[in-house]
Design a protein around this ligand. Structure first.
Ligand SMILES: Nc1ncnc2c1ncn2[C@@H]1O[C@H](COP(=O)(O)OP(=O)(O)OP(=O)(O)O)[C@@H](O)[C@H]1O
Length: 213
């Protein structure tokens, strides 16, 4: 089992309940704006604490309210790719890529810098600053930074949102390679049904939450 989630989040007056299990490959979270897709990724990453329930990924329990388990974000071994890439603006591409790499113990690393640069086609960008990159280049670097942090799984929140149409295909096939060659479980958020149908082994519908009094 890649993902085993049964939990409730409270955000403001909204109470959102999630319950699904997913096998290997890419699991897409599909639902309207405001339904709670990003909140779910944030909870899996450990950035938002559920009010109840459990979250397990690839056999490891990350959160379990009843068993008082709540791993810190940095212990969850999760690579998070945001829609707006969130590269450090004052650091070169090289230093962005090395950021997560340096935080990981050498024996936990499973991907070399060389392989990552070739997989993502970003070797020629190493000395550039993020502000000089196109949307597609910046997103490839952001994916590289996530992979080099030696994650056990990836969270991707609309990774194509800031990528122009001509570069979409490139990033889509890159995500397919990460899914198939690196065999990382991926939780993937998108509004685009075509994208989801192409990439996903499993689609989890996320319904809009109901407000609680
Ligand atoms: N910190 C917060 N405090 C209160 N409410 C919040 C907070 N963060 C999110 N929400 C609310 O929780 C709901 C779910 O938000 P979330 O960003 O998870 O939705 P989403 O499905 O990812 O939306 P989108 O597709 O537009 O990105 C929204 O109604 C949002 O307004």
């Amino acid at each position: 089992m890649s993902f085993d989630v049964a939990m409730t989040l409270q955000r403001g007056s909204l109470r959102m309940h999630y319950e699904f299990t997913a096998g290997p490959g890419l699991t897409a979270l599909f639902g309207p704006s405001g339904a709670g897709k990003t909140s779910l990724l944030d909870a899996v990453a450990g950035l938002v604490r559920p009010v109840e329930g459990h979250i397990a990924v690839a056999g490891a329990t990350l959160f379990d309210r009843a068993r008082k388990i709540d791993l810190k974000p940095e212990k969850r071994r999760c690579g998070y790719v945001f829609q707006d890439h969130r590269l450090f603006p004052h650091r070169s591409v090289r230093r962005n890529l090395l950021y997560g790499w340096r935080l990981v113990r050498p024996e936990e690393r499973w991907l070399s810098i060389d392989i990552t640069l070739d997989l993502l086609g970003i070797r020629h960008l190493l000395d550039r600053m993020p502000a000089t990159l196109s949307g597609g280049e910046a997103q490839r670097v952001a994916i590289g930074r996530a992979l080099l942090s030696a994650p056990r799984f990836l969270l991707m929140d609309e990774p194509l949102a800031s990528v122009d149409a001509s570069r979409r295909e490139e990033i889509l096939s890159l995500i397919e390679r990460i899914r198939d060659e690196l065999k990382l479980p991926i939780l993937y958020v998108s509004h685009d049904r075509g994208e989801v149908e192409r990439l996903a082994q499993q689609i989890v519908p996320i319904e809009p939450a109901s407000a609680t009094a």
